[in-house]
Design a protein around this ligand. Structure first.
Ligand SMILES: [Zn+2]
Length: 98
């Protein structure tokens, strides 16, 4: 198993799983001085925090109903989009693992 495989988001993963994998990879890469100046870690963290806050706001990982106006289908779509966002962050960060 390569390091890159550890930072995968599976089909059944929660947004929290995806968030954790992304933040862990970010921490790992930020610790390596090699990337300083090449990647805007602060901006990425800000984006991740905003997306994760949206997931929490809509109870995406919870079983209880969110009381906003979106339907459950729309919440499912929102979850897919959020997971896609984290997958894209991971794949962009993984370029630096090579
Ligand atoms: Zn909602």
């Amino acid at each position: 198993m390569s390091v890159s495989d550890v930072f995968e988001i599976g089909e059944n993963d929660t947004v929290w799983d995806a968030w954790l994998a992304t933040v862990n990879l970010l921490d790992m890469l930020e610790g390596s001085q090699r990337l300083s100046g090449l990647y805007d870690f602060a901006k990425t963290r800000e984006m991740i925090a905003r997306v994760y806050a949206t997931a929490k706001q809509h109870h995406i990982d919870k079983c209880d109903q969110c009381n906003c106006n979106l339907s459950s289908a729309e919440h499912a779509l929102l979850k897919r989009k959020i997971l896609l966002f984290f997958r894209m962050q991971l794949s962009s960060l993984k370029r630096f693992l090579e």
